[in-house]
Design a protein around this ligand. Structure first.
Ligand code: PLP
Length: 358
């Protein structure tokens, strides 16, 4: 495997073992077997079970495989929102989620926060809507949405479907899935896998909501509505030919993460995040991208930087490391460092040494 460490926030460095898992899959003809065969169903079931264990997913949740996380945004509007939704928008990804609703002609409402800031729930009133959308980790700015705030929204708005974009943070937080209804992620962030697989988690309440929208004459879209995904899902299949590569590798990485232990992964993530934030305060050319400590992400570390990511990367190159640039118009003024489970404490130590030498 490549000697370069990609501390980029997705695509990113492959999780340890991916090249062996890939070789094994080729050896076992996993990519040649029919997606209706028992051998495929076993792969599918294993991935779902390993993921369930890893993130402690309750039994009333179902796991569906899509093409990407952003595809899940569209499925959520088509299947779970008759007309109205509310969005916390504080960066490029939460904004795109909102814009999917606009494009689908839903009545979308939002509260905006400036780039680099989170939300103070005390000052926000959420209207009565069918779905509330939270981006748990805004990858463009490195802003985290605290678990307690998610639970508070749940308590105050029991009637709404609570949807969480958890793309660049799952499986790190110990989220109580009983307090949300649907979650979505893709695998090229914290799972350290090739892009092209979206995972959509929905509970029974979402299944009922989709059925009731369909029976009252709403279109759930032509492509993979919840009833179809559910029917195939219980048979360990997908409606159309799936990304078997992605599904197989996700199962293997979840197995490896379960063997390591989710508590260890969480502790290491905390340790590495603390090291990186300490480095930001020590290194002269860097400063915190997110002012409020409670809103700083532990999986995507963002810093204001007097040196551009490309200048920094020029120096890191000799040590075989790459970091991410700022997002959008912050490209030249910020850097983003992925603190995903693929990196060890030693890896992050070496990166910090490298950053100090720039
Ligand atoms: C990367 C990302 C997405 C988009 O994921 P795709 O797999 O490219 O569709 C959505 N939301 C967040 C928070 C992300 O970081």
């Amino acid at each position: 495997m490549s000697q370069i460490k990609y501390f980029t926030p997705g695509p990113t460095h492959m999780y340890p073992g991916v090249s062996e898992f890939l070789a094994e899959a080729l050896d076992k003809d996993v990519f040649s077997i029919s997606h209706r065969s028992q051998a495929y169903k076993d792969v599918h079931e294993n991935t779902v079970n390993q993921l369930r264990t890893l993130i402690n997913l309750p039994d009333d949740f179902h796991v569906f495989f899509l093409g990407s996380a952003s595809e899940a945004w569209e499925r959520i509007f088509l299947n779970l929102v008759g007309s109205s939704s509310f969005h916390f928008v504080n960066g490029a990804f939460s904004k795109k989620f909102f814009q999917y609703g606009e494009a689908l002609k839903k009545q979308v409402n939002k509260i905006d926060a400036p780039m680099g800031e989170g939300f103070d729930l005390d000052n926000i009133s959420i209207p009565d809507v069918e779905m509330i959308a939270v981006t748990q980790n805004e990858t463009s700015s490195g802003v985290y949405f605290p678990l307690q705030d998610i639970y508070e929204i749940r308590k105050a708005h029991q009637e709404a479907i609570l949807a969480i974009d958890m793309v660049s943070i799952v499986p790190y937080p110990d989220l109580d899935f009983n307090q949300i209804d649907t979650g979505l992620f893709s695998v090229q962030k914290c799972f350290g896998l090739p892009a092209g697989l979206g995972v959509w988690l929905v509970n029974d309440r979402c299944i009922e909501k989709a059925k009731s929208l369909a029976s009252s004459g709403n279109s759930l879209g032509a492509h993979h509505g919840i009833p179809e995904l559910y029917k195939k899902g219980v048979a360990h299949q997908t409606p159309s030919t799936p990304n078997v590569l992605g599904i197989y590798l996700l199962g293997k990485v979840c197995e490896a993460m379960n063997a390591k232990g989710i508590d260890t992964i969480r502790e290491e993530t905390d340790t590495k995040a603390e090291m990186l934030y300490n480095a930001i305060s020590e290194i002269n050319y860097l400063d915190f991208g997110v002012t409020k400590e409670a809103h700083r992400s532990n999986t995507v570390i963002v810093a204001n930087s007097e040196k551009t990511a490309s200048e920094i990367n020029e120096s890191l190159k000799s040590q075989n490391m790459v970091i991410g640039s700022g997002y959008g118009d912050k490209k030249a003024s910020q850097i983003r460092i992925a603190n995903f489970p693929a990196f060890s404490v030693e890896d992050v130590g070496l990166l910090i040494e490298g950053l100090k030498k720039v």
